[in-house]
Design a protein. Structure first.
Length: 206
């Protein structure tokens, strides 16, 4: 016999508990909260996620999440398009933006090289980065990847790809100052430390 008085309740709890970091007790509490809300509120809640899944796109330039083909950062004339900050994921873009210390544009890889997880260079957006740089007009690439073995491996791979791309004017390649502790993810780094790392970035010499 099920521990829940309703099959529909159990199904809703199962879906809520599938979210990262949400246990079954928390899932039950959240579902019961939603059940007590007025129907328009619940429909608006569900609709927001449906629209997110159906309508969100990835910027054709930097691969950040966007509502339009070109994200607000890439389409802004006030940003420094000659400086590209390379990050692992969308959360890292938001973390760096929150520092208020960076005015360039981004390139979201969508992951980092990790042979143990079966992720190679072709599985992330490295080719599109090289293609983007080869068009010219890029003065600096900032490697803002996690300070882990996988992050360092990806940094080195990107550096070598850019060195061997036969560019007439290869951009300067820098990396975040090691104010970001080794082994830390950017999204868990406080904004002051992350901002200082952006400002005091160092040359990446491979």
């Amino acid at each position: 016999m099920s521990e829940y008085p309703s099959i529909l309740l159990e199904q809703a709890v199962n879906q809520m508990a599938s979210l990262p970091g949400v246990g079954r007790k928390t899932a039950l509490r959240l579902v019961l909260h939603l059940l007590r809300q007025p129907e328009p509120n619940v429909l608006a809640f569900a609709g927001a996620f449906t629209r997110l899944k159906q309508e969100v796109v990835y910027c054709r330039e930097c691969h950040n999440i966007s509502d339009t083909e070109l994200c607000p950062v890439c389409s802004s004339a006030r940003r420094d398009h000659a400086t590209i900050c390379v990050v692992e994921n969308v959360q890292d873009v938001m973390s760096i933006e929150n520092t208020g210390q960076y005015n360039g544009v981004y390139h979201v890889l969508g992951g980092i090289i990790s042979p143990m997880d079966g992720i190679g260079p072709k599985d992330i957006e490295i080719d599109s980065l090289v293609e983007r740089v080869s068009k010219g007009g890029v003065d600096e690439i900032i490697l803002a990847l996690p300070t882990t073995m996988e992050g360092d491996t990806t940094n080195f791979y990107i550096y070598r790809r850019l060195q061997n791309a036969g560019l007439d004017n290869p951009p300067k390649v820098s990396q975040l100052a090691r104010g970001v502790a080794i082994g830390n993810e950017l999204e868990y780094t406080d904004e002051i430390t992350l901002g200082r790392s952006i400002v005091n970035r160092t040359d990446f010499n491979g």
